[in-house]
Design a protein around this ligand. Structure first.
Ligand SMILES: [Zn+2]
Length: 255
């Protein structure tokens, strides 16, 4: 059984339509919302293993605000500070799982020990290296000022091909749609099964309304991934969104 602690690793202001499509609803295309970046600390008291799911963004707030969305680090901290606030350091981490390689989920891996394995779907790395032009920005694949972050930890990848068990009570399930190699992390806790769904489910409303986010590269895959989540929910799983303050309000600690 694992314990899950969501870590608030920054906030950004972004367009609401990026989080959820609003077909058929009255929408304001310019509507802005503030959302959290979330990393997830998983601890197993029996095996003494500590796994980090996603990392949040690095500390170059000015660059990130320019390339992506305005970053607010007064709310939520860089992963090293967020860990310290909970009484942990980078040395306590045994491995990292990435839901996908977008900047706001994987950038700060470069600030963590270079020896940590990074569990990532092979499809995701392939896509990050050669994304559709519309997706390149999210990976900084064509940034010219420095090597893309996801290539700076190339030696750490443990590439996965589909559903796999990472540790007892901890597995991954492919959830493509938001990106080719997005994966959910399925965690057994004393409170039952939880799925860290990555950006397939930005906010709870994506799940409650079965409505995709505005950032996707394959809408057919997106709906297939909803079905995969439905099967997990039928087993009792709680679906955790990636960018919703609902997480901190309802699940400050799980298990
Ligand atoms: Zn994403």
């Amino acid at each position: 059984m694992w314990k899950i602690t969501p870590l608030h690793v920054g906030s950004v202001t972004t367009i609401a339509g990026g989080l959820i499509m609003k077909h058929g609803a009255k929408s304001n295309p310019g509507e802005l919302v503030k959302i959290p970046h979330i990393a997830w600390l998983l601890e197993n008291p029996v095996s003494k293993r500590t796994i980090l799911v996603d990392s949040g963004a690095d500390n170059d707030n000015a660059r990130n605000s320019k390339l992506h969305n305005p970053v607010d680090r007064s709310q939520g901290k860089h992963i090293l500070e967020a860990l310290a606030q909970k009484g942990y350091s980078a040395k306590d981490i045994d491995a990292i799982i990435v839901t996908h390689l977008h900047w706001d989920h994987a950038q700060a891996i470069v600030d963590l020990p270079k020896t940590l394995p990074v569990f990532c779907q092979r499809e995701e790395l392939l896509f990050a290296v050669d994304p559709y032009p519309t997706d390149a920005k999210h990976y900084e694949t064509r940034a010219t000022d420095r090597l893309p972050y996801f290539l700076q930890f190339y030696h750490q990848y443990h590439l996965l091909d589909g559903e796999e068990t990472i540790e007892p009570g901890l597995s991954v399930v492919p959830l493509p749609g938001h990106s080719n190699g997005s994966q959910g992390v399925v965690v057994e806790t004393a409170k039952g099964l939880f799925v860290i769904a990555g950006d397939l489910i930005n906010i709870r409303a994506n799940w409650e309304q079965r409505m995709p986010g505005g950032i996707y590269n394959n809408i057919a895959s997106y709906f297939e991934s909803f079905k995969r989540l439905e099967a997990l929910e039928k087993q009792g799983a709680v679906i955790l969104p990636a960018h919703d303050f609902w997480v901190f309000d309802n699940y400050p600690v799980i298990g």
